[in-house]
Design a protein around this ligand. Structure first.
Ligand SMILES: Cc1ncc(C[n+]2csc(CCOP(=O)(O)OP(=O)(O)O)c2C)c(N)n1
Ligand SMILES: [Mg+2]
Length: 305
């Protein structure tokens, strides 16, 4: 049972993610974002249900907004953008444009944790499209063989870009496929914070107790397309309306905690207000940021060993 503080934190974090993403959308449409963006709206319950169990997660929204707008004050000095954003201080090893590349990276982190006996747990987020990559199969096998504290989270939103998972995932069932590698694998409703939080609690406890890796498949729905501007001709209007109006994880969370009387509407409304202010300030800061100087073009790009 989650206490009030935990429920408030879950709501606040989901709301901040949504507001951040929607501001990024507006900035992209206005032409302020160099490069491309892919929005997370609709999948917040997964990130929050998972990351509330981790000590180090959570990047600074202002630093991220500066980064996405390509400014020198950004999290990666304006050189990473949305697709290569990273925050190693916080244990965030990086977004990656190479689909399916996070599981092998996470195996390295999990091996480090096991070797150093640091009690840390490594989590890889992959999409349903990414779940078909050979990289994740190798990573899952290695995690089982070495009994690593690694958790594979598959965010199954039904599409890899515009290709239906129904068509492209040969086994039809990513969790059953993962179980074949020899690890506990569960399927949860990723539009609902609570089952994600519970599945992750089990997985983290097992990882810390030396019980090896776990797999969580969270079914969810994208509120936007694969990328900003995706016309989504591969989805019916009805499916999109359902995702936006019926299955929104933040609306569902709100309804539930209000019905149970655990939180009040005014508490949630004030979180909404603070989050909007925080994201407005992040956008203002990002507009005021400076472009990286020309001399920076060749730094932080290659490492020589
Ligand atoms: C190794 C590799 N192959 C192909 C691509 C092109 N690509 C970009 S996103 C994507 C689909 C990813 O699907 P999913 O993981 O379900 O993400 P979603 O579309 O739901 O955001 C593909 C094939 C890529 N970026 N990297
Ligand atoms: Mg997908």
């Amino acid at each position: 049972m989650l206490d009030r503080d935990a429920l408030l934190l879950a709501y606040r974090t989901m709301r901040r993610i949504r507001d951040f993403e929607e501001r990024v959308n507006t900035e992209f449409v206005a032409g302020h974002v160099p490069g491309f963006v892919h929005l997370y709206s609709g999948e917040e319950a997964i990130a929050v249900g998972v990351c509330m169990h981790l000590d180090a997660a959570g990047c600074d929204p202002k630093g991220m907004m500066l980064e996405i707008l390509g400014k020198a004050e950004g999290l990666c000095a304006g050189k990473g953008g949305s697709m290569h954003i990273a925050d190693l201080q916080r244990g965030m090893l990086g977004a990656n444009a190479i689909v399916g590349s996070s599981p092998p990276l996470v195996i390295g982190a999990a091996l480090t944790a096991k070797t150093l006996k640091s009690d840390r747990v490594a989590v890889a987020f992959t999409g349903d499209g990414g779940s078909n990559q050979g990289t994740i199969f190798e990573a899952m096998n290695m995690a089982v063989v070495l009994q690593l504290p690694a958790i594979f989270v598959i965010e199954n939103n039904g599409y890899g870009e515009g290709t239906a998972a129904e068509y492209a995932v040969g086994a039809k069932d990513a969790a059953r496929r993962a179980a074949g590698f020899g690890m506990p694998a569960v399927k949860v409703d990723g539009r609902d914070f609570f089952p994600v939080y519970e599945a992750m609690a089990d997985a983290v406890t097992r990882a810390r107790a030396g019980g090896g890796p776990s797999f969580i498949e969270a079914r969810c729905a994208r509120i936007h397309g694969h990328y900003c501007g995706d016309p989504q001709t591969y989805r019916s209007k009805e499916e999109l309306t359902q995702a936006r109006e019926v299955h929104d994880p933040i609306v569902g969370f709100r309804r539930r905690v209000l019905a149970s009387g655990e939180l009040t509407a005014s508490e949630l409304d004030s979180i909404d207000r603070l989050s909007a202010e925080e994201m407005d300030a992040a956008v203002t800061a990002a507009h005021a940021g400076t472009a990286p100087p020309l001399e920076a073009l060749y730094t932080d790009v290659y490492a020589t060993y």
